[in-house]
Design a protein around this ligand. Structure first.
Ligand SMILES: NC(=O)C1=CN([C@@H]2O[C@H](COP(=O)(O)OP(=O)(O)OC[C@H]3O[C@@H](n4cnc5c(N)ncnc54)[C@H](O)[C@@H]3O)[C@@H](O)[C@H]2O)C=CC1
Ligand SMILES: O=C(O)[C@H]1O[C@H](OP(=O)(O)OP(=O)(O)OC[C@H]2O[C@@H](n3ccc(=O)[nH]c3=O)[C@H](O)[C@@H]2O)[C@H](O)[C@@H](O)[C@@H]1O
Length: 429
């Protein structure tokens, strides 16, 4: 089975490696030459624990190659679309990369194809992809377009790829649905076979629900602060109820990343387009936008004027175990602190400060100790293990002032207080 995976970012690279491991001959195609060169050398273009050895293994075994040659469409029966689907300025989804790929498939098609959309695309997109392919065909050749949304989490991509909670397949025809199902035969998990529009909706509904869970807890965390209750204990107590579940109840400075923010915006945009009020989701976004500001208020209340204050930022990435900075709350915190004239010292185990944030008033340090040295306050933005399990006792004398603001509610408040820190979380105590 020859499979072409178009787009070799987080999802494309992981999908290509998974399909190769499951026994297919896979080619990864991307228009980014630098990315492809790196992949051809067996090196991932992003940080993802455990993925690179699998990449190298599959390349060595001859199951996986990479190319920038768009003519590759011709030589593959199955084509996965894994290109980006970012937000447009109005929150709707920019499908231009998907469209380009679809049109290219149409132009190059000389034999029947099965096209699988893995990118997250708004309900109704499968129909449009079919049309875009058809419009560019030189002569009519039969093809199918199946929706097969991806649910992996960055930082857990290997586990999630091989042990998904479910596989969703949205197809117009039973045969094409079965063909996609067969590709994942070796994976044991529930499979939902449905129509494409439903499959597309399942993806958005899932991400938006998880985002809603987080915003719900974040809003409650503010109330918990007022009534001097620990939102972490509240979440623990709630989580024992299987109807609620334990996951995604962690309050903090809000969700970020390349998906929750854009996918919630996309769903809201679809609702607006169809005159359907999605009031809960609007509030989910509002809470998320104001959540880092809520932490900033605490910082200002304690430190007073921020001008000239040295503030240590622990963590840049939108969550641990990734170097992804897309919509990372840490960047919003940094921007606000800079506006107030603070001097920033930042650390992240893997993520690098983006070029547009490289100013003289903000410095990156290779070690946590150097970052903390002389700081008037510490703000933890990402719960990397190195911070959660850090040696806060030996770090205490490094600080000029002992203020710790825990944007992820992951530090042991009692212990920090006993070490002489002033600790504030978000509804945590
Ligand atoms: N990052 C994640 O954890 C998840 C992402 N998704 C969805 O998967 C899709 C891809 O996301 P990521 O992998 O994060 O994006 P990404 O930005 O890391 O990768 C997209 C890749 O597509 C390439 N590309 C763009 N246009 C192309 C074209 N015409 N031909 C060939 N290559 C092209 C880009 O150069 C880039 O390498 C998005 O729709 C996203 O919402 C779904 C689940 C998880
Ligand atoms: O569509 C996508 O791209 C993916 O989006 C999320 O995965 P990801 O963005 O990698 O990361 P999550 O672990 O879901 O975390 C997202 C954000 O929520 C925050 N979060 C998460 C959980 C929680 O309890 N509280 C909380 O603030 C995290 O810090 C992070 O900023 C989903 O979990 C995946 O299932 C989905 O495939």
């Amino acid at each position: 089975m020859n499979i072409l995976v178009i787009g070799t970012g987080y999802v494309g690279a992981t999908t290509a490696i998974l399909l190769a491991k499951l026994g297919a001959n896979v080619t990864g195609l991307d228009l980014d030459e630098g990315k492809i060169k790196q992949l051809q050398n067996g090196v991932l273009t992003f940080y993802e624990p455990g993925l690179e050895p699998l990449l190298q293994e599959q390349m060595q075994e001859g199951h996986l190659t990479f190319t920038t040659n768009a003519m590759a469409v011709e030589q593959h029966e199955i084509i996965f679309i894994c290109v980006g689907t970012p937000s447009r300025y109005d929150g709707s989804t920019d499908l231009s990369a998907v469209r380009k790929v679809a049109e290219r498939i149409g132009q190059q098609m000389s034999s029947p194809k099965l096209v699988v959309i893995k990118s997250t695309v708004p309900p109704g997109t499968q129909k449009r992809v079919k049309r875009w392919i058809q419009e560019k065909q030189i002569k009519p050749i039969s093809f199918d377009v199946v929706s097969n949304p991806e649910f992996l989490r960055e930082g857990n991509a290997v586990y999630d790829a091989f042990h998904p909670d479910r596989i969703i397949i949205g197809s117009d025809t039973e045969a094409a649905g079965k063909q996609v199902h067969a590709l994942f035969d070796a994976i044991e998990c529930p499979v939902v076979l449905t129509n494409p529009q439903t499959a597309e909706m399942i993806k958005y509904a899932s991400n938006a629900f998880l985002a809603a869970k987080i915003s719900y807890m974040n809003e409650l965390a503010r109330l918990c602060d007022e009534i001097e209750v620990s939102v972490t204990t509240v979440a623990e107590g709630m989580g024992y109820d299987p109807r609620i579940g334990r996951s995604f109840l962690q309050a903090g400075i809000g969700y970020g990343g390349s998906c929750f923010p854009k996918d919630v915006r996309s769903l809201l945009s679809l609702g607006a387009e169809l005159n359907t009020e999605l009031g809960i989701l609007k509030r989910v976004v509002d809470v998320n936008h104001s959540q880092y500001r809520y932490l900033m208020k605490k910082v200002k209340r304690k430190l007073g004027l921020l001008r000239g204050k040295r503030i240590a930022i622990l963590g840049l990435s939108f969550k641990p175990e990734t170097d992804d900075l897309r919509e990372a709350p840490a960047l919003a915190v940094i921007s606000e602190l800079m506006e107030h004239g603070a001097l920033l010292k930042v650390h992240d185990p893997v993520a690098k400060l983006p070029r547009e944030m490289q100013f003289p008033s903000i410095k990156s340090f290779p070690t946590i100790e150097e970052t903390l040295l002389g700081a008037h306050a510490v703000i933890l933005c990402t719960e990397w293990k190195a911070y959660v399990e850090g040696d806060w006792e030996s770090w205490r004398p490094l600080l000029t002032e002992p203020y710790v603001f825990d944007g992820r509610n992951v530090l042991n408040a009692g212990r920090l207080k006993s070490l002489g820190y002033h600790y504030e979380g978000i509804g945590a105590r």
